[in-house]
Design a protein around this ligand. Structure first.
Ligand code: HMG
Length: 392
């Protein structure tokens, strides 16, 4: 049995209330809070980037045993910090993982962390005495006053994969699908994503429908075999739009259960926003950590991973006895409740704050006062990114 032994997320300490943003933009707040289904959006200070967020997500999970037995570090990201050097290689050093591990990034929009999870699970199946660290870390940026602005966010998830998982066994059956499309993309020369919003929604919905039918054919499973379904959530209404049409033929009991669990899986994303690669796993934590969840050991959860461009996968996992004891519910509660609400001006300043590297390749700055990350980005010296670590 191989699967998720530990799981955590990190999001920066600052956010903007979407009701305030709607008022400022002259939009009916209901459009953002009901139409899109988002309440708050994490906004990262310059001192939190893809690397520092990844380190902050993984750090609380790691024991000495993990540090000595993680032989694979894989980071899914579409907002890496270097065209050549992997985020995983920074993480390897920041977290002090033993020298004989391999470290690599995987990219395919929001699908990257799922590719990493599948790679890690296969790796541990082959080497059951070893562990793997899987991370999804991203900053989602569409631009101020753009149509995608309300679906931005920032954060990272981290999971330890082992052959004695405490939370979820990942089952062997899964079905993937690829179609090269331009629904959402970010050319190398652009700091913000380009998106065909309506087409991206349609692509997401049709990928789920086509994949589900293929999955059903190949596995002979139906929705009745699942107690819950977790989705990649660019905004919290998206998964429901894809799921609802396929539930029409379901018995009312089963439909209600899946929709109830869907709702519980959206709580964290509603208050954080789109964290791209980590989003699906944030849904899983939101579902499992909800006090309203009635999920029990051995029940099956389905997963829909979608990355624009586009690649998707449906896979499943079974809850392990005692899984609730392995969750970091309290820590996540504190992380989300202790955040600072930004004014529109501070949000705009933070959004526009960027590296201004001089001709020698230097720009160092102090950790933002609002930033409470254990790991933080210190800036660039001689073209090399530097990171700091606070005492806890
Ligand atoms: P938009 O044009 O601002 O919004 O774009 P809209 O006019 O489509 O309205 C959105 C919803 O609000 C609609 O509901 C309206 O009816 C409703 P729906 O028809 O969808 O059920 N609405 C209201 N509701 C209550 N009160 C009101 C009101 N007014 C309107 N007063 C869009 C929205 C999401 C397209 C835009 O924000 C966008 O382009 N976002 C980025 C793209 C995106 O998130 N796409 C999702 C699928 S692609 C994906 O998931 C991959 C991704 O994560 C990237 C990756 O893989 O790396 C994005």
């Amino acid at each position: 049995m191989v699967g998720i032994d530990k799981i955590n997320f990190y999001t920066p300490n600052t956010y903007i209330k979407l009701e305030e943003l709607a008022n400022y933009r002259g939009v009916d707040p209901d459009k953002f809070t009901i139409g899109i289904g988002q309440s708050k959006m994490s906004v990262p200070p310059i001192s939190q980037d893809t690397v520092s967020m990844a380190a902050n997500a993984a750090y609380p999970l790691l024991t000495k045993n993990d540090l000595n037995n993680i032989d694979l570090i894989v980071v899914g990201t579409e907002t890496g910090v270097d065209e050549s050097k992997s985020v995983a290689s920074f993480i390897h050093q920041l977290l002090d993982i033993h020298p004989f591990a391999k470290s690599v990034d995987l990219k395919q929009a929001c699908y990257g962390a799922t590719a990493g999870l599948m790679m890690a699970v296969d790796f541990v199946r082959l080497h059951p005495d070893k562990k793997a660290l899987v991370i999804g870390s991203d900053i989602s940026r569409y631009g101020l006053n753009s149509s995608g602005e309300v679906t931005q966010g920032a954060g990272a998830i981290a999971m330890i994969i082992s052959s004695s998982p405490s939370i979820l066994e990942i089952e062997e059956v899964s079905v993937s699908m690829t179609k090269s499309i331009f629904d959402f993309w970010r050319p190398n020369y652009s700091k913000t994503a380009i998106v065909d919003g309506k087409f991206s929604n349609e692509a997401y919905i049709s990928f789920f429908s086509e994949l589900w039918h293929e999955y059903k054919n190949r596995t002979a499973r139906s929705f009745e075999d699942f107690s819950a379904f977790c989705f990649h959530l660019p905004y919290t209404k998206m998964g429901k739009k894809a799921l609802m049409p396929l539930l029409d033929a379901e018995a009312p009991n089963n439909k209600d259960l899946l929709l109830e669990h869907y709702q519980l899986s959206t709580t964290y994303s509603r208050d954080i926003g789109n964290i791209y690669t980590g989003s699906l796993y944030l849904s899983l934590m939101s579902l499992l950590e909800s006090t309203l969840s009635s999920l029990k050991e051995n029940q099956r959860i389905g997963f829909f991973s979608y990355g624009s461009g586009a690649v998707a996968e449906i896979f499943s996992g079974k809850l392990v006895p005692g899984f609730k004891d392995a969750l970091l519910t309290k820590q996540h509660d504190t992380l989300l409740n202790d955040r600072i609400s930004l004014s529109i001006d501070s949000y705009t300043d933070m959004f526009n704050d960027e590296l201004a590297i001089d001709s020698e390749g230097n720009h160092l700055f102090k950790q933002d006062k609002t930033d409470n990350g254990v790991f933080f980005f210190k800036g660039v010296e001689n073209h090399q990114r530097l990171y700091g670590k606070n005492k806890e």
